[in-house]
Ligand binder design. Structure first.
Ligand code: ADP
Length: 398
């Protein structure tokens, strides 16, 4: 039977999963898929590593499945596979590890209790991330589980990069800059030495431009600054999140528009960013194809904000040796990459426009002082690696 590691990424209405073979040194993806619409009209799809659909099911409208039902269906599917899998561990993406967790943690009831403390810091993600962990602890207590955090990689940031200019009484409550997308940055930092040793050893800014978007300054492969702060709404404008915002705007909305915390939360997380500015869509592909002036405005603002943050992170690094594009927009949009790099010309960056439109990993022009790369991220593989390391550690100490 093939030993396998299951990687779970649970959101409010979805459960994404990937299954990796742990039979050989390099973890091989076997299947991946998701259950979505968990509270409304659940659908389940699983594909093999080549993207071929292996199984699909829809439950219909008004048949809530929840994380428990989705997990049960997934386990049933895995049991039904004739290849025969032996589940050796489960790795979970958990958005917040607070100040306490600077590396992945072996799940125990005490760890779950510690992680519940961070629900107020990430109310839209943390409870959902914890849901399958708790279910598995209850139903399969012997199964090793690893909690892998989006914040952990950024614990290496110096104190000044973590601090807000607030009174100590607020800071002491854990109100600091945490940074997110850490599993993505950690993966990029892990592959960069093979792709470009000088970039791996030097001052590199990674641009994770997906639906959620942030940028991270890496010094010798360690995070020293991030555009995201206390929550994942800070920094760049995103699909529906506003990013960096003068805190005075929040006070204004409370005083003048009578908006309460929930209304403001909805506005800044779900109705702003590319969607809010364009009035068209949160999806960059749709905006690039749209002739609406709002779409153009949203893209212009996006490119401008990325350029400002790049300057800020280069300042934090004391210079710039390379940039790396990753995630949906970063990996796929030659147009956005070209515009961002054009604006970064003052940093000594120039790209080869033709190479940028192809599939190459290095897109900087031969004479460019700053290197530019496109590297697909792989957060699931990073979680699988962490899970295997934790299992090996547990075996070594048993
Ligand atoms: P998530 O944060 O949900 O994982 P992704 O990393 O998949 O998001 O990124 C989604 C974003 O990537 C969307 O805005 C989508 O439009 C954009 N994207 C995907 N492919 C392209 C493309 N070819 N050109 C421009 N944008 C793209």
């Amino acid at each position: 039977m093939t030993p396998v590691i299951l990687v779970l990424n649970a959101g409010s209405s979805s459960l994404k999963f990937s299954l990796f073979s742990a039979a050989s040194q390099d973890l091989q993806l076997i299947v991946r898929g998701q259950a979505e619409g968990l509270q409304t009209s659940p659908r389940f799809v699983v594909k093999d590593a080549a993207g071929v659909v292996l199984d699909e099911k829809a439950w219909g409208d008004g048949v809530p499945l929840g994380h428990g039902g989705a997990l049960e269906h997934l386990v049933g599917f895995l049991r039904s596979r004739s290849e025969g899998y032996r589940l050796v561990g489960v790795g979970h993406r958990v958005v917040h590890g607070g100040l306490e967790f600077s590396r992945p943690a072996h799940v125990s009831p005490a760890v779950v209790q510690a992680l519940e403390k961070y629900i107020p810091l990430a109310p839209l993600h943390q409870p959902h991330n914890l849901a399958p962990i708790k279910l598995l602890l209850e139903r399969m207590p012997e199964l090793p589980q690893a909690a892998c955090f989006d914040t952990a990689f950024h614990r290496s940031m110096p104190a000044v990069a973590q601090a807000f200019a607030l009174p100590a009484s607020i800071t002491e409550r854990g109100v600091v800059r945490y940074g997110f997308h850490g599993l993505s940055y950690e993966y990029i930092a892990s592959v960069l030495p093979q792709i470009d040793p000088p970039a791996a050893a030097g001052r590199t800014v990674v641009l994770h431009l997906g639906n959620g978007a942030s940028m991270c300054a890496l010094l010798g492969g360690r995070s020293v600054a991030s555009t995201m702060g206390f929550t994942a709404v800070d920094g760049l404008p995103m699909g529906t999140r506003c990013g960096n915002l003068d805190p005075g705007v929040i006070v204004y909305m409370m005083d003048e528009l009578n908006m309460d915390a929930r209304a403001i939360e909805k506005l800044i997380y779900q109705q702003s960013g590319l969607l809010g500015v364009s009035g068209v869509s949160s999806d960059m592909r749709v905006l690039l194809a749209s002739a609406e002036p709002g779409a153009r405005r949203a893209i212009d603002l996006y490119v401008y904000r990325v350029g400002r943050e790049l300057g800020s992170l280069a300042a934090a690094l004391g210079g710039l040796d390379a940039i790396v594009f990753t995630a949906g927009i970063g990996e796929n949009s030659a147009e956005l990459r070209e515009r961002i790099c054009h604006d970064a010309g003052w940093l000594g960056l120039s790209i080869d426009a033709q190479v940028n439109r192809g599939k190459a990993q290095r897109i900087s022009a031969p004479g460019s002082r700053v290197g530019a790369f496109v590297i697909p991220t792989n957060e699931e593989l990073m979680i699988a690696r962490h899970t295997r390391s934790l299992l090996a550690g547990a075996a070594a100490t048993a």
